[in-house]
Design a protein around this ligand. Structure first.
Ligand code: SAH
Ligand code: SF4
Length: 355
């Protein structure tokens, strides 16, 4: 068994593990404000305490082993864990920096980090490359937290600069709910990264009972539902566990989920040519979401070798979106960030296999 990481613990827990308490404040600063990689970095912590801690805990549970940089500013990271397993996280540039004509900075660039929650995934969606590799294991809380720390460090992104987190990397977040919930809490720590729940979005393939549990935890996070189909037959073909958690059960769970009244629940709809890209599906989607404060994010299916599915045409995507908008649904088409580096779920890891 490998040792736990300091990133596995909330500040409150560290206070029970490490004495005196002012040392915990210093260590927390090293971890989340200065992104320390090892005990050697922690200059103001006495050597004896560092040695004592090193016997029980590691500082950083992962390392960056590959990095692909897209022309649009997206960076996809392949990360290796203590046990040699690998997973990925993505650094997404959402908005460019704004400067005045004299070159003065008006607004800094905005970034979002896409985080993994498992190595592989149990859900087995038929369109998803992650699913092809099967399920290996859950990530620990520290391994989830470490992705954000590592990417901020690598991009020299100061601790107090705003960042959003989306749990849309490898794995089904709600299948690892306890570790996820603790990571969310650690991200929220005021003396740490201070990333509020509002800045964190959990994407799920629709484990309806766990949507309820997440809501009951009162973490204040957003949810995004990977809906992808409007009838149970097709949805079960795409997402086999739809048999146990059908569309109606997901919609009911979403209606119970506590959301900020100004915000909307995001429904992701992966558009696949000749499967779900017709206007009859768009019509059903409008009906299905009619009494929910929803917004729809249409995603182009991103093909990979061996998949039976095809990318939809731009025309069908646009007419699908127009239908939704004309019928009162908020809708965006996800611009394919990092297209040139295959930034869709699971693809970097697959490319590196056997390399
Ligand atoms: N397991 C969670 C979160 C991770 S999947 C979920 O399913 O919601 C992240 C996103 O990648 C999902 O919206 C999924 O639909 C999308 N995705 C998976 N395979 C894809 C592909 N081949 N092309 C485009 N998007 C894909
Ligand atoms: Fe898992 Fe999400 Fe991929 Fe489905 S789409 S297999 S839930 S990671």
């Amino acid at each position: 068994m490998s040792k736990p990481s300091l990133l596995d613990f909330t500040k409150k827990e560290l206070l029970t593990l490490i004495k005196p308490s002012f040392r915990v404040n210093q260590i927390f600063g090293w971890l989340y404000h200065r992104y320390a990689n090892s005990y050697d970095d922690m200059k103001n912590i006495p050597k004896a305490l560092r040695e004592e801690l090193a016997e029980k805990y590691i500082v950083n549970p992962l390392k960056i082993i590959n990095k692909e940089i897209s022309t649009d500013g997206t960076i996809k990271y392949l990360l290796e864990l203590q046990d040699g397993k690998t997973m990925e996280a993505v650094w997404l540039k959402m908005k460019d920096a704004i400067h005045t004509e004299d070159g003065e900075l008006v607004q800094e660039a905005r970034f979002t980090i896409c985080v993994s929650t498992q190595v592989g995934c149990k859900v087995g969606c038929s369109f998803c490359l992650t699913a092809k590799g099967g399920f290996t294991r859950d990530l620990t809380t520290g391994e989830i937290v470490a992705q954000v720390v590592a990417l901020k460090r690598d991009n020299e992104h100061k601790h107090n600069r705003m960042i959003n987190i989306v749990y849309m990397g490898m794995g089904e977040p709600l299948d690892n709910l306890d570790n996820l919930a603790k990571a969310i809490e650690i991200f929220k720590e005021e003396e740490g990264l201070c990333i509020s729940g509002k800045r964190q979005t959990v994407s799920t393939s629709g484990l309806s009972n766990k949507i309820d549990r997440l809501g009951e935890m009162g973490l204040g996070v957003h949810i995004a539902i990977s809906l992808h189909a409007v009838d149970d037959k097709l949805r079960t073909e795409l997402i086999p566990m739809n048999k146990a958690h059908n569309i109606a059960s997901i919609i009911d769970a979403v209606k119970r989920f506590p959301i900020d009244t100004r915000k909307r629940v995001m429904f992701e709809y992966l558009v696949i040519k000749d499967k779900n890209d017709d206007l009859a599906s768009a019509k059903k989607l409008v009906k299905l979401l009619s009494d929910i404060k929803a917004k729809v994010n249409l995603i182009y299916f991103n093909p990979y070798p061996g998949t039976p599915y095809e990318r939809p045409s731009k025309e069908s995507m646009v007419s699908f979106a127009d239908y939704l908008i004309n019928h009162g649904l908020l809708c965006t088409i996800r611009d394919s960030k990092g297209m040139d580096i295959s930034a869709a779920c699971g693809q970097l890891k697959e490319q590196n296999k056997g390399a």
